[in-house]
Design a protein around this ligand. Sequence first.
Ligand code: KIV
Ligand code: ZN
Length: 536
Amino acid sequence: MTENEGSGGRQTEDGPQVRIFDTTLRDGEQSPGISLNTQEKVEIATQLARLGVDVIEAGFPITSPGDFEAVQAIARGVEGPTVCGLARTHKADIDAAWGAVKEAARPRIHTFISTSDIHIEHQLQATREDVKGQARAAVALARSLCEDVEFSPMDATRADVEFTAEVCAIAVEEGATVVNIPDTVGYTTPEEYGAFITKLYELIPGLAEVTVSVHCHDDLGLAVANSYAGLLAGARQVECAVNGIGERAGNCSLEEIVMLLRTRRDVHGLDTMLDTKELARTSRLVSRLTGYQVPPNKAVVGRNAFAHESGIHQDGVLKERSTYEIMDATEVGHESNTIFLGKHSGRHALQDALEQLGFRVEGEALNQAFKRFKELADKKKQVSALDLEAIVSDEMREQTERYVLESFDIEAGSDKPPLARVAVKLPSGVTTSAEATGDGPVDAIFIAIKDAVGVEAELRRYGVEAVTEGTDALGEVTVVLRANGVLATGQGVATDILEASARAYVRALSNALEGAAVREAEEATAEAAGERSPGP
Ligand code: KIV
Ligand code: ZN
């Protein structure tokens, strides 16, 4: 135990526990091009609950009716973790955050205001005295509504530590239960951050009685190292996001900090309550829904994180795994590619396999999943858990899209440009069709879809990944495009990558339409509040 640790830290027989505060759905969702709808957010939150995170920061309810609705749906429907909503220090923000989280079994309001002079002067155009007053009023108001209140002095690591301590002391005095120290712009270093937190413990007598939290951005690639330094200095909550997504270079990566704590308990005695076997799956789900692909060499969850290429390493691992592995792949759920179904497997076998994977699929959704499974089993000898997960997630997504690809067909030959024909169902329920030629088959499909939908779009990124190994593998296509003034992503899964491309493109257009609606609502809210759209 560190000397700073007070009653804010949890103890079990194995030592002090660190709380995992997941901000994938709030800070993570602020990454460019990500726009998740309510159903997708609930799907991620449900998986986070299965993983065992302590707190889900589900969104920033004041920013739009869509964000409010998603936070409320998670508060109502996702059991286990504390559900938290973000709020500036404004009364309207705090009321909105409370309105969205109050039905959770364990609600939390997280309110923040900057303590750095750069932010106070240029962004808030206020004074230090104003900041103290606003922090006091906000925490007091939040505490009058909710027993669990987190306070963050934004941009703390570029702020005067004495002033930050004064503001945090006010928050503690007003009843904040958690004090979070953000490295908002990813500027600090491990030594500096650890020392900053130690200094806060010295300056704020009541700090040892509440949970101190760390929130680090990755602009210099130090988010995990800085978070770890903060924990060593006594913090007992770490704010992180799955796959490290978040503003700019992202947040502290959840899977990395969790496995750092688990693997090196011997040096620090800290651990979390997470079921780490769910890490790989959580990472795949978030990657699939956000369109942010996980690099193959990403620590813990990258496809190659447990692959050994050199003969010497392979030889060593075959003889004794620990020669070149510090974690067991099964410990983080890397081997979930093991449930195999064959072409003769029936509906029950599929339903059982899906249940083992955590999907409860019944009725029409099961019929659809079975149809896709049979199509796949006709093409592939064996259908693995990763295949099932990919097609079921793909099918579930289809139910909520604004545009739906009804059919597509492509004619291609070496002597003429490829010709694509598509039919797309519009939000009105009407199906429209179009045909187009292009430089290649994918280009032709995308032009035909744009024509059918009647939307201008500019392709920004196109990527294909195989879900499993082998030439008969499912292909997963990610499309990032700009349409309706917003950047949006879409994914599609099929054994035929042209079909996967068409699905991905239609979904990206759907998400752009949704994103544009959300942006309009945000602008209306900001205008009503007399300022530009909020965003930490
Ligand atoms: O980075 C930041 O400062 C934030 C705060 C809202 C905690 O995300
Ligand atoms: Zn942040």
